[in-house]
Design a protein around this ligand. Structure first.
Ligand code: UDP
Length: 244
């Protein structure tokens, strides 16, 4: 969005060889951390995200408790070594913003009213980043919440669409994000079509926006199937007496 002058589409293909409507390859693993109540590793292209969920547990400090519901917290953190130019460790404006929108993307599906006065803490660590890290984090966190056994209305799935060289494309990588014209991350509950996060950096026409939304909706369905299958596989293994 910021820099220009790079040709991002050649012979109808993107620089990494993908078509306009193609997601990067994904990998997902449930329950990778023993000390967390729920966890998930989610990979999409060169993004590697790890989510850990703790809770519901007693909320401290107590004055932050909600007498009627659990309080959901979300911490997004990009490791200093996860990007080409080392990132300064610790929170910054970007990570505070991403933590807030990601929390808000997941909160509507969590049945917080079941656990008054408690906290449900979600930690997302980006071990490798290549644009689309907030959406990768939400996908990982959503599965980690389910792995923690926290009652949810459904799983949230998340992806970005954008515009590069005048074309609406799915799931931007870092080169496309930096040199493209627009980036629109979103999160949704695929079964109901409810959008729980929608952001836009850059500009899209109404028609491009609608096309992008359709692309993202279809991609979220694909991601949802992967999330669902990973959870089913893990829990059918446990029930069948396989590895824990
Ligand atoms: N990025 C970086 N250093 C930073 C912040 C971001 O190299 O301090 C890169 C990283 O690859 C990230 C991408 O820029 O994934 C896009 O960042 P953005 O803020 O658009 O969020 P994202 O697309 O990762 O959700």
């Amino acid at each position: 969005m910021k820099e220009e002058g790079i040709e991002l589409i050649k012979d109808g293909k993107r620089l990494d060889g993908r078509g306009f409507e193609e997601l990067r390859p994904m990998k997902i693993e449930v329950g990778v951390l023993k000390r967390a109540d729920g966890s998930c590793y989610f990979e999409i292209g060169n993004n590697k995200a790890l989510a850990a969920v703790y809770g519901p547990r007693e909320m401290h400090p107590r004055h932050l408790q909600n007498a009627k519901t659990a309080v959901v917290t979300y911490r997004y953190n990009m490791a200093p070594f996860s990007v080409d130019d080392r990132k300064r460790p610790g929170p910054d404006r970007r990570s505070v913003e991403i933590s807030k929108v990601s929390r808000d993307a997941l909160d509507p599906v969590i049945l917080t009213e079941y656990y008054p006065k408690t906290a449900i803490d979600i930690y997302v660590e980006l071990l490798q980043s290549d644009a689309g890290t907030r959406t990768a984090g939400i996908n990982a966190a959503s599965v980690a919440l389910a792995d923690a056994g926290i009652p949810m209305r459904d799983i949230v799935s998340s992806v970005a669409v954008g515009k590069i060289d005048g074309e609406v494309v799915l799931d931007l990588n870092a080169a496309e994000d930096n040199h493209g014209e627009a980036d629109m991350p979103m999160a949704m509950v695929t079964r109901t079509g409810t959008i729980t996060m929608l952001q836009m950096d850059g500009r899209l026409t109404k028609d491009e926006f609608e096309r992008g939304l359709k692309l993202a909706t279809n991609a979220c369905r694909e991601i949802y199937e992967l999330q669902r299958t990973a959870l089913i596989e893990k829990y059918s293994e446990s029930v069948g007496g396989g590895e824990e």
